[in-house]
Design a protein. Sequence first.
Length: 69
Amino acid sequence: MIKEIIRKESPDFMAITGDLISGQMYDQSEENAAFWVRYFKQFFGVMNAYNIPWGFVPGYHDYETRWNE
């Protein structure tokens, strides 16, 4: 549904506001850093495929994950 809305609206900019990460979806262990590479590589790939400028404002749960470290 989201892809169809983006196609129909043809926005000039997309803003991702709020939590990309929530609940038990992530692995905080240091030894599983590959999770972050895989997860964000997939997310960035989807967003960049639209060829539309976009930005991301982290939400509360995103900060809990320490991914910005």
